[in-house]
Each structure stands twice: as C-alpha cells, then as structure tokens.
Design a protein around this ligand. Structure first.
Ligand SMILES: Cc1ncc(COP(=O)(O)O)c(C=O)c1O
Length: 366
C-alpha cells in the first residue's frame, strides 16, 4: 500500500483509512495526563491500543512516565523505538520468552508481573546468570477473576519470595478493576471501584508493614479512570485507550468528557434501498462487538450491522440523498480492537495530514 503524502486532505485518501484527529487526541491526552498530575499519580498509559513507539514518545512528552504493554513483543518494539520504561502487564512464561526478556533488559528497564513464585524463579535464574536485575511487581486479583495472586497474606508471601530472589527487585503490585467499567455511572460505580482498589492499597500497606518495598501500586482503565484517579494510595495509572475514545467508552463506560479522536474514513459503495447504504468497512476494518460503531456527526445515520468487509447503514428519511461514492467517518465500537486491524494511523490537523504513525507492535502477539 502506498502511503498518502503529508499535507494531503481526507479527500485525497483511499478508503477505508484509520484517521486520528490530532486536536481531539491532544485534548484527551492533556485531560488524562493533567488529572493524574493533579493527584500526584504517575501516568503509564496502556499502549495495547496503539502499539506505536512514536505515539508513546508523544505521550511521554505530555507527562507519561512510560507505557504499559500487553505483550513482551510490544515492549521489545517500544524499546527499539526508544521507550525503555515499560510495564508488561501480563505474565511471561516459557524459556524462549524468558531469554528474550533478558535481551530486553539489556536495552531497557521493564517492569514485569508475576502472580506465582514459578514465574519469578525463572526470571531470577535467567537474570542472575546474565548479571542483570529486573523490576518485578506482583499482580493481585482485585475481583476481575482473571489472573493474580489473592490479596492479603498470599500476596505478601509472594512479594517476600520475589524480594529474596537474586536478580530481581521487588517494585510493587498491580491490579485491574476491569470488571467494574460498565457499571452504571455514579455512586454505585464509585463505591465498587474504590472498594476493589482498597483491596489493592490494603495489600500494599501489608507488604510495607512486613518490611518489604512496594513503591508501585498500579491499576486503572479508561472506563474507571475518573474514580481510580481519586483513589488514595494508587501511585500509577494504566488507563490509555481514552486518548482515542470510542462508542464503547462513551456508552458502555459512560465517559462523556473526552472527544472522539479515532475514526475510520469509509466510502458508500452501494445503495440497495432508500433507507440503506453499504460502506466499505466491516468487521475486518473496525470493531463492532463491544458496541455498535457510530457515524461521526450524523445522528440521522445508524450502523445497523457489520459483515466481514461491508457495513450496513440505516438512513433516516432526511438522509436518503446519500450517493454511491460519498464518504463518512465512522467511530469504531472499540478503538483497541480496531487499531490492530490497521498498519498506520493517519494523524490529521483539521483536514491536513500532519503525521503517520505505524503500528509497529501490531501482530507482536508473543
Ligand atoms: C491490565 C490492564 N490495565 C489497563 C487496561 C485498560 O486499558 P484502556 O485504558 O486502554 O482501556 C486493561 C484493558 O484491558 C488491562 O488489561
């Protein structure tokens, strides 16, 4: 695919194309970064949604201390792009990955998670053999029931083991309140999130009371951001996807303060009925599972369904003059699952292409 040239307009693009409104993105970044700064919390935005070292550099220039990654491969891409302070918020298992982690440690200073002594023992042996030291945090289950050591005594015991192992530095703990993102916004959501995070901060207190270090207490998602950022005892915030916003964050998680920054530019390729139009963007171009995509700036057009390569739009009577060849911008259902389908972000300032960010970590699933 030939890349569009900088300075071109959206009319010059072929479709479908993944576009970023840089003004909206910068508004969202400033809001997230500013809220963390106000509460003296370090912002380490999750990069699983963009996987781009260039965008990560922009986040760091806007106040982030580094990025969170979902995969070892993503952290490798970040390190090669000069982003060395990464938290790999996932469990790294197996000799091949541990060997890669040693190589990553030679060029970067990642923080990695464990929820069992077996993961830590493998890291310890590999790091000591290489004469290196690795920052490790214990992942605690705060109700998500995904991974994580149990809070309280079991977490303290794991932290003690990590602290005693050569080649490892106990750096703290993390948890993820991902099971609470879509609760009805308001008091109920606030209480549930603060209760889950209290489990994490109480565990941090217990670890410190046992004479062990626990500098990092990390958690946070976009859907819980406004409550998590106010929780006492949290030191790091992982929320990242909010920089793009999407229909899921807006309506599933009820976030109304941030702007839609990510769209898919699509073309109407068929008009099979007066009230139906078909666009060239389906499930292989954008996510519609977490929430139906929205048509940017058009309440009179609804995305009705997505098949692999087609999107079906339902048109109000007032919109039925749309023609084959007309273009629309679509807000994805979930930005995270949309970005991984594309090679590049096309960053627009107004209608002018200002920057292209390749998704270099795309496909780095190992
Ligand atoms: C460990 C972890 N932290 C944070 C997040 C939140 O990410 P985001 O803010 O991009 O929604 C997720 C989302 O899946 C996650 O798995």
């Amino acid at each position: 695919m030939t890349l569009p040239h900088l300075g071109c307009t959206k009319a010059d693009l072929d479709t479908p194309s993944l576009c970023v409104d840089l003004d909206a993105l910068e508004f969202n970044i400033a809001a997230m970064s500013g809220a963390c700064r106000e509460r003296s919390i370090d912002w380490r935005p999750h990069s699983k949604c963009h996987k781009s070292p260039l965008l990560a550099q922009k986040l760091i220039a806007s106040g982030a201390i580094g990025v969170t990654c979902a995969k070892l491969g993503e952290a490798e891409v970040m390190a090669k792009g000069g982003v060395t302070d990464t938290l790999i918020a996932n469990l790294i298992v197996g000799p091949k990955k541990v060997a890669r982690l040693v190589e990553l440690r030679r060029i970067a200073d990642p923080v990695v998670c464990v929820d069992h002594i077996d993961q830590a023992t493998a890291f310890s042996k590999a790091m000591s053999d290489a004469g290196l030291s690795l920052r490790v945090i214990a992942e605690v289950d705060i109700g998500l029931a995904r991974v994580g050591v149990a809070a309280g005594d079991a977490a303290v015991e794991l932290a003690r083991h990590v602290h005693e192992l050569p080649g490892l530095t106990l750096a703290g703990i993390m948890g993820y309140e991902g099971h609470l993102l879509t609760l009805d916004d308001g008091e109920e959501k606030a209480i549930a999130i603060h209760a889950a995070l209290k489990v994490l901060t109480d565990t941090a207190y217990q670890i410190r009371s046992a004479g062990l270090p626990c500098e990092i207490v990390s958690c946070g998602g976009t859907g819980s951001f406004k409550y998590t950022v106010q929780a006492p005892g949290i030191t790091e915030m992982q929320a990242g996807g909010g920089m793009f916003m999407d229909a899921f964050y807006r309506y599933g998680c009820q976030i109304s303060d941030w702007k839609y920054a990510l769209t898919v530019l699509a073309t109407i390729v068929s008009r099979p009925a007066p009230d139906r139009a078909i666009i060239d963007a389906g499930r292989k171009t954008m996510d519609g599972t977490s929430h139906k995509p929205l048509v940017f700036g058009r309440d009179d057009i609804r995305v009705e369904s997505l098949s692999a390569e087609h999107g079906a739009l339902k048109l109000d009577p007032s919109t039925q003059d749309l023609k084959i060849g007309d273009r629309l911008e679509i807000i994805p259902g979930y930005s995270d699952m949309t970005c991984v389908l594309h090679d590049n972000f096309l960053g627009f300032r107004g209608d002018k292409l200002e920057v292209i960010w390749p998704l270099e970590g795309r496909g780095r699933l190992q």
